[in-house]
Design a protein around this ligand. Structure first.
Ligand SMILES: Cc1ncc(COP(=O)(O)O)c(C=O)c1O
Length: 355
């Protein structure tokens, strides 16, 4: 490249100029203190680690482009047809595909304010207009969202970063009555909800009433493998299959997700540990004078006018959390629910009253 083509004169497309790189949560030196990214502190099913070496012979071959084995397993687990399921490289890839197909370059997306970051960023990146609707009592204001005619409406349920959940019948009522062409319900944390699968709208998605996103990154402890799936009308699935990169989900990830989905006992342990430690953590911060939102997820939102100080004090103790100002909730700190070793790190903080 000569001087006239240097990066200084080469400009990105105009709608990209304000975008900043995604800032991931900082990891801690001791992984038990890594509480910035809502990962699963108990890790995946131990059966995954046992099976993965078996997926390496054959690595010279491309992966199954349709993730057929995993799709069949998801279909059986949720009692839905295989042609309503698309597996992606994390649910983030599927958000990108949905926006590319239905809202890119001139379309309109509505989401919450603050949203899960990529419900805003990916539409902006793809030249769509985004309207953010402020939360009401820390959950989506469906009434206000309903008034907006959009191509896509993102509803994150339970919501990240607040942990609040809306009853599924309210979200379904919104999807049926709203003016957006397609409602996408992001259920990344639904397995942690009190009602469990009862809070999910997967069957409505399989009937074509809306679309549902799920991930293996949270409850199933496979954030590093990058697997998520979409449930939607078969016509939507076919459209997205036509525009996707063919081999985005690697073979090891497909094997890992299939095994993780089948290990119900590990799932029960994750659910139990998360509920217990979440309750203890909320109680400790409340006893120490902080306001904390109720949560149906694997994270809590602690209100802290001294946000930077709280982040710093936790960091000094080896605990990395996410500053609320980076998530659109200044004056708060989002903390992923730790495992027992992580809870012990909080127990050693002299300024935190652990009941
Ligand atoms: C609401 C929500 N959706 C999607 C994702 C991304 O999931 P994945 O790792 O499957 O891309 C996250 C991750 O934090 C999330 O919080």
């Amino acid at each position: 490249m000569n001087d006239t083509h240097s990066a200084a004169v080469l400009q990105p497309r105009p709608w990209l100029s304000h975008l900043q790189p995604y800032v991931p949560g900082a990891p801690a030196a001791d992984p038990d203190g890594s509480l910035a990214s809502n990962e699963n502190a108990l890790g995946p099913s131990p059966r995954v680690a046992a099976a993965l070496p078996g997926s390496l012979p054959g690595a010279e071959r491309y992966p199954d482009a349709l993730s057929s084995g995993l799709v069949r397993r998801i279909a059986e687990t949720h009692g839905i047809p295989v042609d309503t399921i698309l597996v992606g490289n994390g649910s983030d890839e599927l958000i990108q595909l949905l926006v590319t197909a239905y809202a890119a370059y001139g379309g309109h997306v509505v989401c919450a304010d603050p949203p899960y970051q990529l419900h805003e960023k990916l539409p902006v990146m793809l030249g769509a207009e985004v309207t953010k609707v402020p939360l009401r009592e820390w959950a989506h204001d469906l009434e206000a969202m309903r008034a907006l005619a959009a191509d896509l409406a993102f509803v994150c349920n339970p919501h990240n970063p607040t942990g609040a959940i809306l009853p599924p019948h309210e979200v379904l009522g919104f999807a049926r009555g709203n003016r957006a062409a397609l409602t996408v319900v992001d259920e990344a944390y639904i397995e942690y909800a009190e009602a469990g699968e009862g809070a999910s709208l997967i069957s409505s998605a399989a009937r074509g009433e809306l679309a549902v996103l799920r991930t293996f990154s949270k409850f199933y402890g496979l954030a590093g493998m990058r697997v998520g799936f979409l449930v939607a009308d078969p016509a939507i699935i076919r459209t997205l299959q036509a525009i996707r990169l063919p081999f985005s989900v690697n073979s090891a990830a497909q094997v890992a997700a299939e095994i993780a989905l089948a290990d119900r006992d590990h799932g029960d342990r994750v659910r139990e540990s998360t509920r217990e430690n979440r309750g203890r953590l909320i109680a400790a911060f409340r006893a120490s004078g902080y306001e904390v939102l109720e949560s149906q997820t694997n994270f809590i939102l602690v209100f802290a006018p001294d946000e930077a100080r709280l982040v710093g004090r936790l960091s000094e103790a080896g605990i990395q959390v996410r500053p609320g100002s980076s998530l659109g909730v200044p004056g708060s700190v989002r903390i992923s629910v730790p495992n027992d070793a992580g809870m012990a790190m909080f127990g050693r903080l002299p300024w935190l009253q652990t009941p």
